[in-house]
Write a protein that binds this ligand. Sequence first.
Ligand code: DX5
Ligand code: ZN
Length: 222
Amino acid sequence: MRRPLIIAPSILAADFGRLADEAARAEAEGGDWLHVDVMDGHFVPNLTVGPDVVRALRRATSLPLDVHLMVDRPDKFAPAFIEAGADRVSIHIESPCNVAATLEAIRAAGRSPGIVLNPGTPLKAIQPHLDRVKLVLMMTVNPGFGGQAFMDPVLEKISQLAALRDEKNLDFDIQVDGGVSENTVGKCAAAGANVMVAGVALFRAQDMAEAIAALRRACNPA
Ligand code: DX5
Ligand code: ZN
């Protein structure tokens, strides 16, 4: 089955002084989802935004809000992001919490649960959860900061995950996040990813609409 290509601009690379305008811009320029990076200063060495910012983004755009929780206790924080209007909530397998119960709670709230894997974590770590998720996010950088270089070795893991999905008849999208650009997105699509997060490559482009179109072209070469 061929899955639709989704481009998800990452608000982390936006102008934080004008967040509502930036969210509206991502929608007007052709983004499909808005990716929101939540960092707690423990799970990753950086701090970003909380539920109140997600609530403000919810008012600023009708794009699905794709919330990526990089926090130690996603079980504690997921409900607040759901209440704030997150459509999708993804949690890291490396987070010290009951992952299965947290994914089930996200689903029970009517939102799309996702599981996230760091570049150094083996695929087998997420295998027990693959029938609980609508999305698997394969980090293509170590999480924490925007603007890092894409890590090519993750591509092999993406291919293995796509093969496993086919073999077991599972149903989830494969997302990539970190260093995704016109130069790297084609390899992700070829490996089997269909949801592309991009921060710097979109929000810092001269023309975001053209940058989004360039990502789409790179995924569907003639
Ligand atoms: C990294 C974040 C990413 C980040 C990607 O920890 O999860 O979503 O915004 O940024 P770029 O596309 O600039 O590498
Ligand atoms: Zn992210």
